[in-house]
Ligand binder design. Structure first.
Ligand code: PNW
Length: 470
């Protein structure tokens, strides 16, 4: 194993604290324990016969056990602490609190998270909570179509208020909803994620209902956690024009940022969807003046998930999962060159300077008081076929973290972007949604038969960064 290269170690120090992140459906397992209800991902993975063959999860794998974080959180949090992390981001499984989405509270689920939070605090990690990371109660999908229906709004607000009440005395930083762009587009448009629907109008409805749900939850948050801070985790890829000399491609690149990030951020900062999106999606409902009033100011900070960059090229009539967008996405530019080093996932290329660009874009456009980078990470091509020695010697992941953190520091120090924290994704290998256990984002290897954890070299590298970032 190489020695941790600590040339970037000092780099993050002025910018941020550095931390670890996990989510319930990808890490916890214990899918039937302590009264937990069935989520849309439990349904998708345990009932693959209902899913078209080409959309099934890799090898019909499930998150039933995953990396067993539900039982092993103490060990994993102690490891994070040992690596120098100061904060720990995790999500709450809605189905553990309300097995059917609403109705009676499942007290063992509340008690479990309460103990988890107490443990984190006891060992000196500050817990940071996400209310929703894609594991919708299946009952709500069946009852009214989940995020497609406005009926979700008061039910989500009640769920959120319940956990604000239960944990808000100990948790300061929150997010309501993780990456709505990903789950609305892939769950209700592309159909690759649960609930596996392909309908662009449902993607539009999902986007609006996410905003309404956030606004309703924010109202409760102000009452219940007066000193707390809340946001939504929004993902942004930096987007470049395919041909830098083409005005149409420049507009296409800006439009892609608006279709994917602005759809959520514009209503929260400016009270309306971006004009480029409204002009192209006749079925996208308007933001009413009442909703605009409830949304504007409902972010105390921006929670940004960032992994990669792409090109956009103008093409009349081109569509995305949400509908007509008039741009096409590619990883190869007009110069014939690929943008960055490929990761193991088809969408993931390492473009470190894109991180600085996207941080500046978000800061210039929305002028937030604070930006927390709540996810950033990489998977190494071919990791599934490697020997253990090769897996542990993950120099490509180290290179990614080194270059991305340097780029983030440049944004903080030279460009004065108010970055306050940075979370590496992910602490351990996990159930990676439709890719099952075939893609590995962990800085710690997990043997999914024995549950044994082994640090990859990148964990040591992050330790160097964390220890200088306090
Ligand atoms: C995130 N993109 O999803 C999710 O929040 C995590 O649950 C997941 O494990 C992680 O990334 C790794 O996949 C993303 O296309 C999906 O840029 C796609 C993109 C970004 C993030």
């Amino acid at each position: 194993m190489p020695e941790a290269d600590d040339s970037a170690s000092h780099a993050l120090a002025p910018a941020a604290q550095a931390q670890a992140a996990i989510s319930s459906a990808e890490f916890e397992g214990a899918y039937l324990e302590d009264g937990k209800g069935w989520s849309i991902w439990d349904e998708r993975t345990n009932n693959p016969g209902a899913v078209p063959r080409e959309k099934r999860v890799y090898l019909n794998q499930t998150g039933n056990v995953a990396c067993d974080f539900y039982h092993r959180y103490r060990e994993d949090m102690l490891t994070a602490k040992g690596l120098g992390a100061t904060h720990y981001r995790m999500s709450i499984a809605w189905t553990r609190i309300f097995p059917n989405g609403d109705g009676a509270i499942n007290q063992p689920g509340v008690d479990h998270y309460s103990e988890q939070i107490d443990f984190a605090i006891a060992i000196g990690l500050e817990p940071v909570l996400t209310c929703y990371h894609w594991d919708l109660p299946q009952a709500l999908q069946e009852r009214f179509g989940g995020w497609n229906s406005e009926q979700i709004v008061p039910i989500f607000a009640t769920y959120a208020a319940t956990i604000f009440k239960a944990f808000g005395d100990r948790v300061l930083y929150w997010t309501t909803i993780n990456e709505p762009k990903t789950f609305c587009w892939e769950g209700y448009g592309g159909g690759m994620h649960a609930p596996g629907i392909s309908d662009e109008e449902q993607v539009a409805n999902c986007s609006l209902n996410v905003l309404k749900s956030h606004a309703a939850a924010f109202k409760k948050f102000k009452e219940l956690v007066p000193g707390g801070k809340i946001s939504m985790n929004l993902n942004a890829e930096w987007t470049l024009p395919f041909d830098p000399n083409s005005e149409l491609d420049k507009a296409a690149a800006e439009r892609k940022m608006e279709f994917e990030f602005g759809v959520f951020a514009h209503p929260i900062f400016f009270g309306q969807f971006p004009e480029s999106v409204r002009a192209r999606l006749p079925y996208l409902p308007e933001i009413s003046p009442e909703l605009a009033e409830a949304l504007v100011g409902s972010f105390n900070y921006i929670a940004l998930n960032h992994y990669t960059s792409t090109y956009a090229r103008h093409k009349d009539g081109a569509t995305s999962q949400i509908g007509r967008c008039d741009y096409e996405v590619s990883h190869v530019g007009a110069d014939g060159l690929t943008l960055g080093e490929p990761g193991d996932s088809g969408w993931l290329y390492s473009v470190p300077w894109g991180f600085r660009k996207v941080l500046n874009y978000v800061n210039d456009m929305y002028k937030p008081d604070e930006i927390s980078v709540t996810e950033n990470g990489f998977n190494v091509p071919g990791e599934s076929d490697m020997t253990m020695d090769q897996i542990l010697n993950d120099t490509k992941r180290i290179k990614f973290f080194k270059e991305y953190t340097e780029s983030g520091v440049a944004a903080a120090v030279y460009d004065k972007v108010p970055i306050t924290s940075y979370y590496a994704w992910a602490q351990t290998d996990n159930f990676e949604w439709q890719d099952g256990y075939s893609k590995h984002f962990g800085v710690i290897h997990v043997n999914f038969t024995t549950q044994k954890r082994t640090k990859k070299a990148s964990a040591r590298f992050l330790e160097g960064i964390f220890s200088n970032a306090k």
